[in-house]
Design a protein around this ligand. Structure first.
Ligand SMILES: O=P(O)(O)OC[C@H]1O[C@@H](O)[C@H](O)[C@@H](O)[C@@H]1O
Length: 402
């Protein structure tokens, strides 16, 4: 059972089983969800906390166990090699499915994933906060590292060789899955917002699956570049908000002095779909001294004071700073922006492909306990991307400390 994942609807199990073995060091998809034949469908109604007792007997043979989490109407089972954990240990005690309310996969699940996906000194899978699995990328020769949670495919940390973290996670962040991780690099997909669905969409609420890891040597990078690729596909939960079939692939690569993210959206359905998206990057900063350079002359929509009816304007400053609340969407922004963090370093925020727009945000006194410690500079695609059936959209971001 090792390496397989099952997904069952909360009320009537019917959705998916994955069993595609893959290789750990190549880009071959693994853990792919596909429809479960009717003969393997089991009604699993009842409180989430009661389900595990029924599932191993019904679906998991040979003494393997399941760890589980639930995602608004779905119960996702990840078999592992260890003994079954008690429901209480998983924290799956709520009978009311909430959006993204994952119960963390256990340490044993992280251990099983580690066996499948660890690559030398470069990539390992660990139990992170709240028991959530995270992929730790390390650049052995430079000593930099990054954490990527499967929950939301969120990069929560990028530590430089000096030990400083370029990214910021808010002190009110929770890792239970009850809400998205507030900090690091959350996804906004399939909506930047505001709009019909929840602000910033659902991709940051859901637990993604690892599809590949690698540590390829790049001659110009002084050592192996550690990478993980995560995937997210549509399910009943996503289709309840957005009627589209899709596959997101998100690759995070750690170079000696750069973090590169690469997002691919595939329309796997038979009709066109449209979306907006962003990488909502939280940077460690001294907000009062921080500024963003490169936006002078750029058109913007100011979400302050009314995010639903943003005011148009044109940026007239060499450097955008943060004297108070700032929430601005810059359209057709230059590909190269520089964030002066106010902490004695700058970070290049580069849109290599796809991310045409940029958002600059600091909540000021609306988050009075910690607004001083970060600013968000977000690579975004604010005008709708329309994807025909089978089509693909791709975007890359590169962050470089300067
Ligand atoms: O969902 P989070 O991480 O609290 O971020 C919310 C903010 O995200 C920003 O991207 C938006 O421009 C803001 O309008 C919004 O308030």
């Amino acid at each position: 059972m090792h390496g397989r994942a099952l997904a069952l609807s909360h009320r009537h199990a019917q959705v998916a089983i994955s069993a595609a073995p893959g290789r750990r060091d190549v880009g071959a998809p693994r853990g792919h969800l596909r429809p479960l034949p009717a003969s393997r469908c089991f009604p699993v109604g009842g409180e989430v906390g009661k389900i595990p007792a029924a599932i191993p007997a019904a679906l998991v043979a040979g003494g393997a166990c399941v760890c589980f989490r639930h995602v608004s109407g779905h119960v996702l089972y990840t078999p592992s090699r260890a003994r079954p954990r008690k429901p209480a240990m998983t924290g799956a005690t709520s009978a009311t499915p909430r959006a993204g309310a994952d119960v963390a996969a256990s340490g044993s699940a992280a251990g099983a994933l580690n066996e499948d996906f660890a690559v030398g000194d470069s990539v390992r899978v660990e139990e992170g906060k709240g028991g959530q699995p995270k992929v730790v990328l390390t650049h052995p020769s430079s000593g930099s590292s990054a954490d990527v949670y499967l929950l939301g495919a969120c990069v929560t940390s990028w530590r430089l060789p000096s030990g400083e973290d370029v990214l910021y996670v808010r002190p009110d962040a929770v890792f239970t899955g009850e809400k998205p991780i507030s900090g690091g690099i959350p996804h906004c997909f399939p909506q930047f917002g505001p709009g019909k669905m929840q602000q910033h969409g659902f991709a940051r609420n859901l637990t993604w699956q690892i599809s590949a890891t690698s540590a390829d040597v790049h001659p110009d990078d002084g050592g192996p570049v550690a990478s993980v690729e995560l995937i997210l596909e549509d399910n009943d939960y996503t289709r309840s908000m957005w009627d589209a079939s899709f596959r997101l692939s998100y690759k995070v690569s750690l170079k000696a002095n750069q973090l590169v993210t690469s997002l691919t959206v595939v329309n796997t359905g038979e009709k066109a779909c449209d979306f907006t998206a962003a990488l909502h990057t939280y940077f460690s900063a001294a907000a009062a001294e921080a500024s963003v350079k490169g936006l002078n002359g750029c058109r913007f929509l100011d979400k302050d004071p009314d995010p639903v009816n943003p005011r148009p304007g044109v940026e007239e400053h060499e450097a955008v700073n943060f004297p108070g609340f700032v929430d601005r969407m810059y359209l057709d922004a230059p590909a190269d922006l520089v964030l002066e963090t106010g902490l004695g370093r700058a970070v290049g925020v580069q849109a290599l492909q796809g991310w045409k727009d940029a958002v600059v945000w600091n909540p000021h006194l609306t988050m009075k306990d910690f607004y001083k410690d970060f600013v968000c500079v977000e690579n975004a695609k604010l005008e709708k991307v329309v994807l025909s059936a089978g089509d693909t959209w791709h975007a890359e971001m590169q962050l470089t400390p300067m």
